[in-house]
Design a protein around this ligand. Structure first.
Ligand code: ZN
Length: 102
């Protein structure tokens, strides 16, 4: 499961800080898999390729794990879109251009 969090500062600052970025604390919430209220634990990072207006390359995403069922959730920075390499603005710009060509 992926969640989006709002980043502080610019995309460049987020990318530059990498794993040292001040990510949101592990959430206390209902697990999407076991449906129990749990304190999620930090569970490493992964890199994700992203293309946005001012950046093209890998960005760090934080991962948390449910201590009961071991399912993970990851937090994507707000300029990323789950399931897409391109950001929202880039996808929108492509759709506008395509519509103008019809
Ligand atoms: Zn769980």
């Amino acid at each position: 499961m992926q969640k989006i969090f709002k980043i502080e500062g610019s995309i460049e600052e987020y990318v530059e800080k990498g794993r040292k970025y001040q990510f949101p604390p592990p959430p206390f919430e209902c697990c999407h898999n076991c449906n129990k209220m749990v304190h999620f634990k930090k569970h490493g990072f992964y890199d994700r390729y992203s293309i946005v207006e001012t950046f093209c390359g890998y960005v760090v995403c934080r991962r948390y794990i449910c201590p009961l069922c071991n399912r993970t959730i990851s937090y994507l920075p707000s300029f990323c879109l789950p399931g897409f390499t391109y950001g929202v603005k880039e996808i929108w710009r492509c759709l506008k251009v395509e519509n103008q060509n019809l």
